[in-house]
Design a protein. Structure first.
Length: 623
């Protein structure tokens, strides 16, 4: 009954907020938002012309959230669950979007895909990222393999790193420290530290960005049964980006990144304290070239990456992988209504399993976007996946939408039918355990439909229904051999989002997600999830932020008992409060974060610890 009332109140609030905003339109002249541009089609489109409800995490939002992990910020968005993001620092057990699994999510950094070819699921480890080095993020949900290739089945997380300012030199320096303990093991020890620095500038046609980030945390055990032992986590990131404007039409940049992390962990089977250690190192170099001509532009994006990981445990292993990726595409506007994207994507993945193993992918693709002056929009595209192991596979998308004006705002109606694919990983094809070189790609089909209402800078609200089908997914068969499953996975749900500014100084952002997955156990996937964020500017210098997070009923498997029984997990609610204050206006900002205010004791993953009430204090200096 309580849950039903909560959802009912949320729905009534959405309706009331929209109605109130429309009434306000007739009473006062609204200040319109700057044009919101999204790039889900690789073209810069006004949000009203996009057939998606793209989530944009702005620079201002990232600055206001300094001190958080990337996974914590992303997990607060609709339709996204990151298991482990609320646990001990260094714990990430899966990124689940729209009822999918981690390998169905693609991460792009500055437009270039990143994934570890030596990992079992080709996933990218979000622990390798430092929020302080990120400019903005864009999350495209739904099947997107037509434009982005393999793994883009449930979401594409597009990360834009820091860019150079117009000054010859500018710097941002940040540092914070805080407590790090569970709800039961309360102490005031300082056990969480992070530091970062970013230098950037522009000298004529040349620009540069240099960044460094470092994190360290201890004070908590990986398993919840041992409160006296600590499993520390540490990481560092170094980034370098150099750009040159060859002409007004052509700019070129090269970049390098070195990231490393180390985390201690315990034996999960039986919840036994153990001196296990996992280390991982990533090195990336690449280039970005953009050339504009008349009504079009040519883009060349490429990178070479190396991944080295080691697990010192009851099953010790080392992992070495490297990949080359290249995406070359051309955008062209025939007129104000018709635009196209034509490109080819190249991937060369390799890994060491005693002997070397590799595969290559060459994918040509095309996408056509039509934006009519009377509100009709259409995105239509296809991709031919050519894989060195299993041959060819075709995917496509059809994404119509229609926007029209209303009294006090505008409405967008959208629909989408898209297919995606996930290539078998090198581990599944050639690895030391259960390898099967005859595997076919996993296939995904997604249907979406929804509406989005916008009213200047007062209200943006959306409701989207999604229906996904997974076929040919890879699982274990007889003798623990990887096989393509005969059954299918069906997932469906609803995502509701609201961004409301009732006052110039007050903003409320909230989202609710219902997710239902059938065909397997659907472990760690809540059916109901709710997030709310309240941002109030007490003055020009002081900002107060409240965050509420509700995670509903879900199940998990208990690997500490015989036959691994399925266990129901209780829902939980978390409240955070944060104060950001400009000590020196536009120069020095201090902040205090109190997370899990009511010291909620909850389970996220059976057997593993979660954070209780903790305090984080930090400074950010802008020079």
């Amino acid at each position: 009954m309580i849950k039903k009332r909560m959802y009912g109140l949320w729905a009534m609030a959405c309706v009331g907020f929209i109605a109130h905003a429309q009434q306000q339109e007739s009473e006062t002249q609204l200040q319109e938002l700057d044009e919101v541009v999204v790039t889900d089609t690789k073209l810069a489109l006004n949000r009203a012309q996009s057939g998606k409800t793209v989530i944009t995490i702005t620079k201002a939002e990232i600055v206001a959230a300094q001190g958080l992990k990337v996974s914590e910020l992303i997990a607060r968005k609709s339709g996204i669950e990151i298991a482990g993001s609320r646990g001990r620092e260094g714990s990430v057990y899966g990124v689940f979007v729209r009822g999918g699994r981690g390998r169905q999510v693609l991460v792009l950094i500055d437009g270039i895909r990143v994934n570890d070819p030596s990992s079992g699921g080709q996933e990218y480890d979000l622990r390798m990222l430092d929020l302080s080095q990120i400019e903005s993020m864009e999350i495209i949900k739904g099947a997107a393999s037509t434009l982005y290739g393999t793994n883009a089945a449930t979401a594409v997380i597009k990360i834009k790193t820091k860019t150079a300012g117009k000054e010859k030199i500018s710097a941002t320096i940040g540092s914070n420290l805080g407590t790090n303990n569970t709800a039961e093991n309360r102490n005031s020890n300082i056990a969480n530290f992070s530091n970062n620095i970013n230098l950037n500038g522009t000298l004529g046609a040349f620009n540069y960005v240099v960044g460094f980030g470092q994190r360290y945390a201890d004070g908590m055990s990986a398993i919840e049964t041992n409160t006296n032992e600590e499993d520390p986590f540490s990481s560092f990131n170094t980034d370098l980006k150099l750009g040159y404007a060859i002409s007004d039409k052509w700019n070129l940049s090269v970049f390098g990144n070195h990231s490393k992390m180390r985390t201690e962990f315990d034996e999960s089977f039986g919840n036994i304290d153990a001196p296990y250690v996992y280390t991982s190192e990533q090195k990336r170099v690449g280039l970005n070239s953009n050339y504009s001509y008349g009504k079009g532009s040519l883009h060349v994006k490429g990178a070479y990456s190396e991944y080295d990981s080691e697990s010192v445990s009851a099953f010790p292993a080392t992992y070495e992988g490297e990949n080359w990726v290249m995406d070359i595409y051309n955008t062209h506007a025939f007129n104000e209504q018709w635009q196209t994207v034509i490109g080819v994507n190249y991937i060369d993945d390799s890994a060491q399993f005693g002997e070397g193993a590799d595969f290559r992918i060459i994918d040509p693709y095309i996408n056509v976007v039509y934006t009519a002056p009377y509100g009709v929009n259409l995105s239509l595209g296809g991709r031919l996946n050519n894989h060195s192991e299993y041959g060819s596979h075709f995917v496509y998308n059809v994404n119509p939408s229609y926007h029209f004006d209303l009294k006090g705002g505008s409405m967008k109606v959208l629909a989408s039918y898209a297919t995606s694919y996930i290539t078998p990983s090198l581990t599944q094809l050639f690895g030391p355990f259960g390898a099967n070189p005859e595997l076919e790609p996993e296939e995904n089909r997604t249907i979406e439909g929804g509406v989005e209402f916008a009213n200047g800078n007062k209200v943006r609200a959306s409701a989207v229904y999604f229906n996904r089908k997974e076929e040919n997914y890879i699982t274990f068969g007889p003798n623990f051999t990887n096989i393509n499953a005969e059954n299918t996975i069906d997932a469906q749900g609803m995502e509701l989002e609201l961004d409301w500014r009732p006052l110039e100084k007050l903003r409320l952002s909230t989202n609710y997600t219902f997710t239902e997955r059938k065909g397997d156990l659907a472990i760690r996937l809540p059916k109901h999830a709710l997030n709310a964020h309240l941002d109030y500017s007490l003055s020009q210098r002081t900002q107060i932020l409240f965050d509420y997070e509700y995670t509903g009923d879900r199940v998990d498997q208990d690997f500490n008992q015989m036959n691994y029984p399925v266990v129901d997990l209780e829902p939980f609610s978390l409240f955070d409060i944060r104060v950001n204050h400009q000590i020196i206006q536009n120069k020095l900002t201090g902040y205090v974060l109190v997370a899990n205010i009511f010291n909620e004791d909850y389970t996220e993953v059976i057997g593993f610890s979660t954070r209780g009430r903790n305090v984080l204090v930090g400074l950010r200096l802008q020079l």
